[in-house]
Write a protein that binds this ligand. Structure first.
Ligand SMILES: Cc1ncc(COP(=O)(O)O)c(C=O)c1O
Length: 436
């Protein structure tokens, strides 16, 4: 993306400036500490406690604008939906509403949060492969823009529940398999999501919905997966959707999925290149008369956030490995355990020091698999250090749990040296607040 390329070209001995993994504007300050959006992460850790999710607010806004500008250069009928499963908190919903984005929700809870944050219902789109009666009624009563239909049972459920025509899209699994982790591939035929193209189910679903009195079919949807670095699969997915389109098709939603840099060597396509492929593909296949929708999540928020932890123990097993244990782990970042995801780590107190010690960063949970970074080079890690894992802005807070009775960390938005807590840390009392 443009801002990142600019940052990358800054000549600096600072190991953080220009790194695509860290939030834009991060640097090592005069005290040798990691600074995010003008805030010293070591000071933040002391003030707010650890773990904490720390975001550069302007970086999130910059990414939303990069999407908008990429579209504005190419199309006059588009909508960018924040895939809110990636960071479902009021401040994020509000920020994206302010930036003119729409929102994708995948449950009644996400719909509730989007509405509470002030999202115009006409900018809300609802997914889910098993929406309940309550969720369908909630969406309909709220007047959301589109329900995205996922199964024949759901079509029947909607027909039974809805008393006036509702705009719907049909989710298609176009049979495209991008190279990403199996668990985040969603467009292949063998999928719990949507209607298959090859097996004829998508065509049957379209016929079925076109014949319905209270479902108004306006378009198609496909999301082929997440953390994708190739652009070709999107073109193939768009062509596959084209096989189904008819006069009724006024909206084409081609999902999210753009990959991000978790490690320095990762080189995802730019937002501009990603938007270009989608806009050109849709124009070729569908012509000019359709509205283009996309649903980015990870690429809006992952690199804008870091997680700060405190090191509690350093355990050296001679000849085997050194474990650096921090005060969080799988309860604030499930991705290493879920997908074997790799992350970088940094001692924030000595952010410019040469990393010289190979360690394994472990969490504090009762699982041997609770490992945040298998092989991290750190600068002489010691008890009491603040350790930061970058690129943890997406699906970390979203998937956080209370495993081992751990209160979930706060979410902190930083801007021009000011930090504001937008989600407070849970308390021990929160842990028992639902018990009856
Ligand atoms: C339907 C749908 N749209 C959008 C997204 C967002 O994907 P990403 O975060 O990779 O951009 C997801 C992620 O799972 C999804 O399931």
């Amino acid at each position: 993306m443009a801002e990142r390329e600019q940052a990358g070209s800054v000549a600096s001995g600072d190991p953080i400036v220009g790194s695509a993994v860290y939030p834009v504007g991060s640097r090592v300050n005069e005290r040798g500490h990691l600074e995010v959006a003008g805030c010293d992460t070591v000071e933040l850790a002391a003030e707010l406690g650890t773990p904490a999710y720390i975001y550069a607010e302007d970086d999130i806004r910059g990414r939303a604008r990069a999407y908008r500008e990429a579209f504005e250069r190419r199309s006059d009928d588009f909508e960018i939906l924040f895939a809110s499963k990636s960071l479902p908190c009021t401040a994020a919903y509000r920020l994206f509403a302010e930036e003119g984005l729409s929102v994708d929700v995948a449950s009644g809870g996400e719909l509730h949060m989007a509405l509470r944050a002030g999202f115009d219902p006409d900018r809300i789109h609802m997914h889910g492969n098993n929406k309940s009666d309550e969720e369908i009624l909630f969406a309909a009563r709220s007047g959301i823009r589109h329900l995205i239909l996922d199964s024949f049972d759901e079509i029947e459920r909607c027909e039974r529940l809805l008393d006036e025509p509702r705009r719907v899209l049909i989710r298609v699994t176009p049979g495209i398999k991008p190279s990403t982790h199996d668990y985040v591939q969603t467009g292949q035929l063998d999928s719990k999501f949507g209607f298959g193209l090859e097996d004829g189910l998508a065509a049957r679903a379209i016929e079925r919905v076109l014949a319905s009195d209270n479902l108004e079919l306006v378009g198609l949807h496909a999301h082929i997966g997440s953390q994708i670095f190739e652009l070709e699969p999107y073109t193939l997915a768009i062509r596959a959707l084209g096989e189904l389109a008819g006069d009724w098709c006024k909206v084409v939603n081609v999902g999210g999925g753009l990959g991000v840099a978790y490690m320095a060597e990762d080189e995802p396509p730019s937002i501009d290149a990603y938007v270009d492929v989608k806009v050109r593909g849709i124009a070729e296949v569908f012509g000019d008369g359709v509205r283009i929708l996309i649903e980015p999540g990870r690429s809006l928020v992952a690199n804008a956030g870091v997680t700060a932890y405190r090191v509690g123990t350093v355990k050296e097993i001679p000849g085997i490995r050194t474990y650096v244990a921090v005060d969080g782990g799988m309860s604030d970042n499930m991705r290493p355990m879920l997908y074997g995801s790799r992350y970088e780590a940094l001692v924030a107190d000595r952010a410019a020091a040469q990393p010289d010690t190979l360690v394994t960063v472990a969490g504090m949970h009762c699982e041997s698999g609770d490992i945040l970074v298998r092989d991290a080079m750190l600068a002489e890690p010691a008890v009491g250090d603040v350790l930061v894992t970058p690129a943890t802005g997406a699906y970390g807070y979203a998937m956080a749990s209370n495993y081992n009775g751990v209160p979930r960390p706060p979410v902190v938005f930083c801007r021009d040296g000011e930090a504001r807590v937008v989600v407070r840390r849970e308390t021990y009392d929160d842990l028992t607040s639902r018990d009856v």
